[in-house]
Write a protein that binds this ligand. Structure first.
Ligand code: FAD
Ligand code: NAD
Length: 466
């Protein structure tokens, strides 16, 4: 093996998404000579280019449109004549992406991270080919992220049948959008186009939307989205999509089997999950292989089975979330530098940016009960003064605590600002809080967060406002 002096870099990161670019910046901050290989034209990965950022730009704009168009603003005494200018809406989305991806390029320059443009493939455990250039590094971090899971037999043409990338860029509002998969992407992007005027039908294989979320929260959010006009076909599978011109005919069957039916749509969104990007990496040349789910297995410190090769983000087991990838990026760089990088994988918040937002951290009630006896406190947003004042009656907060120790095991919310509210729950849990700790913490009034305090008080059976 080559000695240290012969490596081109101390650290080579493959992939410049939130996992990879953060790892590269932290490694450079720690004094390591660092490069990052990225095959896209811009930095930032899925998240900044075609994921978190553009979807939130469309969610924010369509939410304001919806408030103006559906009479919510008129109720506050603000009368508007509403007209959709979809080109401008797309323009502000592209602008947000351009500014943020350009921002990463600036941070790379500032921190002296070399951007190697091109697709990387291993040629050995410490060597990689990046678009024809041979590069060696003492440490290599695989942060190649994930891509859309295809539905067998269904071709994504990005016109009639789209994935999340196509659904962000539709040139006109569909008349009828069928969303295949009632997960995060289906609900967020389905909400965008419903608000802008499309009829939206969501076909979900399971008997409830949002797998992985707390049972009460799944049921309640389903009710809310239904009330907003999304039609759900639960326990149903799509067995075929036939495209004819600008129309699609979907064949549906009960998940358990049974008689097939068809529905027509002018837009079909395939959002049945994402799969790790390991194809083309030539892992075998490095002595590595992916597991059955295509993921790269790692230990607690993000080390793979091969010395000097590390992996983080969507390509490793765990939730596929940008903030989890970012935290892993910091931790892996610190570990490479000989420090003690840690991510607490038990406390990774998850947020669906619909209206209202749906958020959670820690265990669901179902999972917590499997481990032992629990106490649960709930507080409805309709009884929260700020939500009431803002005409946001839908939702609730639910706190799950260990029955013996009172330690908080999970917090779940549906509220207009649930994504912001969940941060306090994550922090409290990180500090090992009991429900009593949250209940006796002074919360500013009037805020949505008071509902978290009240739900914690409800764990002891003593909320004030219900
Ligand atoms: P990625 O962001 O996927 O980046 C990997 C990068 O590696 C890519 O740029 C890719 O081009 C590059 N690459 C791959 N292979 C190679 C190779 N061989 N050589 C060179 N480069 C390579 N998460 C949230 O937390 N909040 C959200 O609101 C949110 N919204 C989302 C909305 C949508 C529509 C989608 C699709 C995803 C969303 N996510 C969200 C998920 C989030 O985008 C991912 O969890 C996150 O981007 C994962 O980061 P990563 O660094 O692991 O990989
Ligand atoms: P998902 O796993 O969240 O949901 C996919 C859904 O499709 C599931 O409910 C599943 O039961 C259903 N499904 C699977 N096969 C089906 C079939 N044949 N017919 C009908 N339904 C089927 O996946 P997603 O919504 O595609 O999102 C992918 C990833 O991106 C997620 O892991 C998520 O973490 C991430 N993401 C996060 C955010 C966020 O944090 N706000 C936003 C978007 C995406």
């Amino acid at each position: 093996m080559a000695d240290e002096q012969q490596y081109d870099y101390d650290v080579l990161v493959i992939g410049a998404g939130p996992g990879g670019y953060v790892a590269a910046i932290r490694a450079a901050q720690l004094g390591l000579k660092t490069a990052c290989a990225e095959s896209r034209e811009t930095l930032g990965g899925t998240c900044l280019n075609v994921g978190c950022i553009p979807s939130k730009a469309m969610l924010h704009a369509s939410e304001l449109y919806d408030h103006a168009a559906n009479g919510a603003m008129a109720k506050l005494g603000i009368r508007t004549t509403v007209e959709l200018d979809l080109d401008t809406m797309h323009g502000q989305r592209r602008d947000a992406v351009k500014q943020l991806t350009g921002g990463i390029e600036f941070l790379f320059k500032k921190n002296k991270v070399t951007w190697l443009k091109g697709r990387a493939a291993f040629t050995g455990a410490h060597s990689v080919d990046v678009g024809g250039q041979a590069v060696t590094a003492k440490n290599i971090v695989i942060a190649t992220g994930s891509s859309v899971t295809p539905l067998p037999g269904v071709t994504i043409d990005q016109k009639v049948v789209v994935d999340s990338t196509g659904a962000l860029e539709l040139p006109k509002v569909p008349e009828h959008m069928v969303v295949i998969g009632g997960g995060v992407i289906g609900l967020e992007l389905g909400s965008v186009w419903r608000r802008l005027g499309a009829k939206v039908t969501c076909v979900e294989f399971l008997d409830q939307i949002l797998p992985g979320f707390d049972g009460d929260i799944r049921k309640e959010s389903n009710k809310i989205f239904k009330k907003q006009g999304i039609e759900f076909r639960l326990s149903t599978k799509v067995t075929g999509v036939a495209v004819n011109g600008d129309k699609a005919t979907l064949t549906l069957e009960p998940a358990a089997g049974g008689e097939a039916t068809t529905i027509e749509a002018d837009c079909v969104l395939v959002s049945i999950g994402r799969r790790p990007n390991t194809d083309g990496l030539a892992l075998d040349k490095a002595g590595l292989s992916a597991n059955q789910r295509g993921q790269i297995e790692i230990d607690h410190d993000f080390r793979t089975a091969v010395d000097g090769i590390w992996a983080i983000g969507d390509v490793v087991p765990g939730p596929m979330l940008a903030h989890k990838a970012e935290d892993e990026g910091i931790a892996v760089a610190e570990n490479i530098a000989g420090q003690h990088g840690i991510v607490n994988h038990d406390i990774i918040p998850s947020v669906v940016y619909t209206w209202p937002e749906v958020a959670g951290v820690g265990l669901t009630e179902e999972a917590a009960k499997e481990r032992g006896e629990v106490k649960v406190g709930k507080f409805p947003m309709v009884a929260n003064s700020r939500a009431k004042t803002n005409h946001e009656p839908d939702g609730l907060v639910k706190v799950i605590a260990d029955a013996k120790t009172d330690r908080v095991l999970g917090v779940w919310c549906i509220a207009s600002v649930a994504g912001t509210m969940i941060a306090q729950a994550a922090q409290a849990m990180e500090f090992g809080a009991t429900s009593e700790d949250i209940a006796y913490t002074c919360h500013a009034h009037p805020t949505h967060s008071e509902a978290v305090k009240e739900a914690a008080m409800a764990v002891q059976g003593k909320p004030i406002h219900i």
